[in-house]
Design a protein around this ligand. Sequence first.
Ligand code: NDP
Length: 287
Amino acid sequence: MAERLTGKEVAAAIKDNLKTEITTLSAQGITPKLGIVRVGARPDDLYYEGGAKKTCENIGMACQVFEYPEDIAQEDFEKAVREINDKKEINGILMFSPLPKHLKENRVRELISPEKDVDSLTLGSAAKVFVGDKTGFPPCTPQAVMEILHHYQIPIQGQKAVVLGRSLVVGKPLAMLLLGENATVTICHSKTQDLPLVCQDADVLIAAVGRAKMVKANFVKSGQIVIDVGINEDPENPGKYCGDVDYTDVKPIVEKITPVPGGVGSVTTAVLCKHTLLACKLQNGIE
Ligand code: NDP
């Protein structure tokens, strides 16, 4: 039976480190601050925002929410985002997306400076992740996967990593992060042939497809590490969530596995704060 890799333990370790670093910074008169930009009040956004605010509070990081009505005009929203970006005390910006349809999201995203872009919304950040420039922040979710691998000391160098999914938010940046740590990376998508066989060949299999319980026993083999990024409504348990991996099917076969909920999703807000602290240090010329 596989070992369960819980996200809570990873998040707690990250937050402990952040708390210590923030205490040191505060003694120098610097308090890192996260700015959250939200248009409307989608339940998913509010849920994530609540978690981020709580994490900030626990570790001594400041956090301010900038909330706008759903029908805000493009011009007014751009002005608001420019002003937030210009605020010296705001070190990192998280903007919820997708924005309402009438807003030109790509234009707004690019108003955020790469040095404050702690969830990788801009092309500048994506480029930095692609070239391995550590001053650029990857999106929080793929970084959360890396934090889990590091925390549980899962070997990456020279290992075969299969990333299931090629989105700009998860699959592609995750592949770059794994490559940056010398894994041999295969990226799979909806047109990949013999998907179960390709997945079986992995040492580390990461599922980010958005298909409830798609990864079954025939996708895995013994000895594998399986990381499940998926968050889907559980078709068998209405009102509950499940991952992209069929946990009950896969757990008896593999070596280690993350649960859903309680896996990757539990680490993302800690990563958001970690990025904001790093942004703050870079902006203040602190190594
Ligand atoms: P997207 O829908 O943007 O991308 C899904 C990817 O999976 C695409 O590359 C798609 O391929 C591929 N795919 C879809 N169906 C199949 C299939 N049958 N076989 C093989 N590949 C397939 O999703 P995201 O990357 O945004 O999210 C992935 C999952 O992660 C979702 O469940 C989402 O809820 C979750 N998520 C979790 C987060 C967390 O904090 N834990 C944060 C962000 C997302 P193609 O490109 O060919 O269409």
